[in-house]
Design a binder for this molecule. Structure first.
Ligand SMILES: [Zn+2]
Length: 276
């Protein structure tokens, strides 16, 4: 298939899709959407690799989500419905298991990993993230970073530990000043459905931040099954909807959809070393 669009951060392997998984992926194939399906723990990373091995248009990211470095409430979209207790225990980064998963040629990034203020236990999160910075450097893949409200701490860790490949910051929510710090560190930025929503009062004005980022550092994502873009807002999200994100990025950057689409493909190849 010819890849025309790219969803650089999605969770196509999650139980949220139930027995519709194949039709969801087929819709992406029909639209020419390439996909990086992203793991959040040892088990969901293994599932991401398994699915990516099955589809020509799919690659995988493997890593430990900051929310899983501490005990967390079960998310049924992520772990499926269960009779068992609804708390997922804390998981330390299991180097040996991830190292084994990374033998797959389909593994193109380490993540989603990072720091998130809402989960607390920041010191534990940092320890597990540093392990993954080192792992990404060892296997020479970029980091796929999730960060909420701890951008200063994130920048410091990236600076101190160094990154062999330019990191990718997923669903960036920082300020223009913070974006500049990460540009200096060579980072790429992915944006998803939220940029199609009207700006919140006192919230991030995505258009302003995106305008400050050179077009060569922009990537598109859905973070499906969550945060569907307009006109699907409120519905279950899926990779095919990334087309709406690309349209919005083109509008903000004041270029044609065609120019933005092709630029994003180029950026995706550069960021992840994917050939298509
Ligand atoms: Zn995600």
């Amino acid at each position: 298939m010819e890849i025309k669009y790219f969803d650089a951060h999605t969770h196509a392997h999650f139980p949220a899709y139930g027995d519709e998984k194949e039709s969801v992926i087929q819709r992406a194939v029909d639209m020419g959407v390439g996909i990086i399906t992203v793991g959040t723990s040892k088990s969901t990373s293994a599932e991401a690799v398994l699915l990516a091995e099955k589809y020509e248009n799919m690659w995988a990211a493997i890593g430990l989500y900051p929310g899983h470095t501490v005990p967390s409430a079960r998310d049924e979209d992520e772990y499926g419905i269960s009779e068992k207790k609804d708390i997922i225990p804390a998981e330390p980064f299991d180097y040996e298991s991830f190292k084994k998963l990374a033998e797959s040629k389909k593994v193109v990034a380490v993540g989603e990993c990072g720091l998130d203020l809402s989960y607390g236990e920041i010191e534990i999160q940092k320890v597990e993230f540093i392990k993954q910075i080192e792992f990404a450097n060892e296997i020479e893949r970029p980091l796929m970073i999730h960060c909420r409200d701890l951008y200063k701490e994130l920048a410091k860790l990236l600076e101190v530990h160094g990154t062999k490949k330019s990191p990718v910051i997923h669903s960036f929510r920082g300020t223009i000043e913070e974006a500049k710090i990460f540009l200096d560190l060579g980072c790429y930025f992915t944006f998803g459905g939220v940029i199609t929503f009207p700006p919140k009062k006192n919230g991030v004005v995505y258009a302003d931040v995106i305008n400050e980022i050179p077009i060569q550092y922009l990537l598109s994502e859905t973070d499906a099954p969550w945060v569907a873009p307009v006109p699907y807002r409120g519905k279950r999200n899926e990779p095919a909807y990334v087309v709406e994100v690309v349209k919005k990025l083109a509008e903000i950057k004041n270029v044609s959809v065609e120019t933005m689409r092709e630029q994003i493909l180029e950026n995706t190849k550069n960021a992840f070393g994917i050939k298509f």
